[in-house]
Design a protein around this ligand. Structure first.
Ligand code: CMC
Length: 457
């Protein structure tokens, strides 16, 4: 009996019977219960027993692993890290508290907190030689493009933390990644502006440091606004982890081949970049600017509802939440606080609230349970704080690094990972006889049609 089978037996309560109508055969499959609903049907032996695979391209009904880090009840709008509600964490803790909680399973004691903060603070600087990598990028490179490259390059600098079989090296790599991401992200921004890199300061908190490295210049004094530092910290907490989302699953999949942690996180950054995932906050701001005024909202809502139009309202809908995203509620409140503090009267906030009101009353959105998600408000806050739009997803990546790392560590601590290797429903040609070039059919030249013709291959 394998280790994973032994583990699953402990939590198995009953079986699920699957019947193949073609053969009349029935198969009993174990049902495994976690500490919260829903339970899962253990199909690991399904192919062996039936010769059939499961088909679930978007993983809408598939649990890819077991995990003790984050729990989401999408129907009720609940998000908890290690049992603690996200609302409590956002209100009462700071980002490094949450990092410790995600990595270790418990909130730190006062002594552990001091030690952890010290470790992270003292790993924020980058190897000087790493700076040369930035020069290889175009000036107008997207910060996410730079971050994928620079984080991947970390594996060539920190050889003393790439032995994934050593728990101590795994921990050092975790600290390095969490600590260096703000520096890497801030430098990506500075590079794109042609401004000097600002070194991290050990007397500042994680969030204060991030703001300082992004917004200060050596020629001027820079005092971190405490309201903005608090808001920054909250943004980081709200984005710290979110269970098996696309980028976290990417990190786990990369890690399952025993790749080093820096390579795994670089893969996660690439996955986060897409507008359906971390790129959504950037897309929300573009959308609000495009809508422009309240009277144009119905036109855009109509497009979003049109089945023939691919257009979607950015910042609405979520694969898991079929209720108001609990993070969006906190973010909405924070958004008002920041705009008040800065005395900003951003018409986009008013537009966003009106769009939210109209969408939440519309049958299309109500029936499909499409509520505002975390990204609906985060872009407005980040813009008000002075971040350029293309840094929004970079901030998300900085915050999510701890979640990626916590999941990677959890997977590695369970012993050598089983490589993630999905199967497929093959729909291509069946076996054909090879045709040599002299017997293949001649085809008309495509001429210039490729330039303006149907772009579909
Ligand atoms: N605007 C209009 N219609 C939508 C939207 C939207 N934003 N989202 C989903 N729908 C419709 C969709 O057209 C479909 O309609 P129908 O049943 O008539 O075909 C139905 O709702 C279900 O959509 P789906 O694509 O099957 O849902 P999904 O779970 O695969 O997609 C999503 C989830 C987040 C990719 C999607 O809601 C979306 O594209 N939202 C906009 C992008 C966005 O805000 N992403 C950030 C997600 S939160 C941050 C993060 O986790 O990274």
């Amino acid at each position: 009996m394998s280790k994973s089978e032994a583990k699953s037996e402990e939590i198995q309560q009953h079986t699920f019977t699957l019947r193949d109508n073609a053969t009349g055969e029935s198969y009993d499959l174990p049902v495994l219960d976690g500490t919260e609903e829903p339970s899962v049907i253990d199909v690991r032996n399904l192919y062996q027993k039936t010769g059939l695979f499961l088909y679930d391209p978007g993983f809408t009904s598939t649990a890819s692993c077991s995990s003790a880090i984050t729990y989401i009840d999408g129907e009720k709008g609940i998000l908890r890290h290690r049992g603690y509600a996200i609302e409590d964490l956002a209100e009462n803790s700071d980002y490094l508290d949450v990092c410790y909680l995600l990595l270790h399973g418990e909130l730190p004691s006062p002594e552990e907190k001091v030690e952890f903060d010290h470790h992270i603070t003292h790993h924020t600087m980058l190897h000087e030689q790493l700076m040369y990598f930035y020069r290889g990028f175009r000036r107008d490179a997207h910060p996410m493009a730079i971050m994928v490259g620079v984080v991947g390059a970390l594996s060539s600098f920190y050889h003393d933390s790439t032995d994934i079989t050593d728990p101590q090296q795994r921990m050092v790599a975790s600290h390095r990644l969490i600590a260096k991401m703000p520096t890497i992200g801030a430098y990506a921004y500075k590079y794109s502006k042609g401004l000097p890199f600002i070194y991290p300061s050990n007397d500042l908190s994680f969030s204060e440091n991030l703001l300082k490295m992004v917004f200060s210049v050596p020629a001027d004094n820079y005092d971190v606004n405490p309201v903005l530092a608090k808001a920054m910290d909250r943004i980081l907490i709200l984005h710290a982890d979110h269970e098996q989302n696309a980028s976290t699953s990417t990190v786990r999949l990369a890690g399952s081949s025993a790749a080093n942690p820096f390579a795994c996180i670089a893969a996660g950054i690439g996955s986060l970049w897409g507008p359906a995932h971390g790129g959504a906050n950037e897309a929300v701001l573009r959308m609000l600017s495009e809508i422009g005024s309240k009277d144009r909202i119905p036109e855009f809502v109509k497009r979003a509802k049109d089945p023939k139009d691919d257009y979607r309202l950015m910042g609405f809908g979520h694969r898991v939440y079929k209720n108001y995203d609990p993070r969006a509620k906190v973010m909405r409140k924070s958004c008002h606080e920041v705009l008040n503090e800065l005395g900003i009267d951003d018409p986009r906030l008013e537009l966003a609230m009106e769009l939210e009101r109209i969408a939440l009353e519309d049958d299309y959105f109500v029936e499909r349970k499409l509520y505002p998600n975390v990204d609906f408000y985060s872009g407005i806050i980040l813009k008000a704080m002075g971040f350029p739009t293309n840094m929004f997803t970079a901030i998300f990546a900085i915050a999510r690094t701890v979640g990626w790392i916590a999941h990677w560590k959890e997977m590695m601590s369970e012993g050598p990972p089983q490589i993630g290797r999905p199967r497929q429903l093959y729909v291509g040609d069946q076996e054909r006889k090879f045709a040599t070039i002299d017997v293949r059919e001649h085809k008309q030249s495509r001429g210039w049609s490729w330039l303006w013709g149907n772009s579909k291959e």
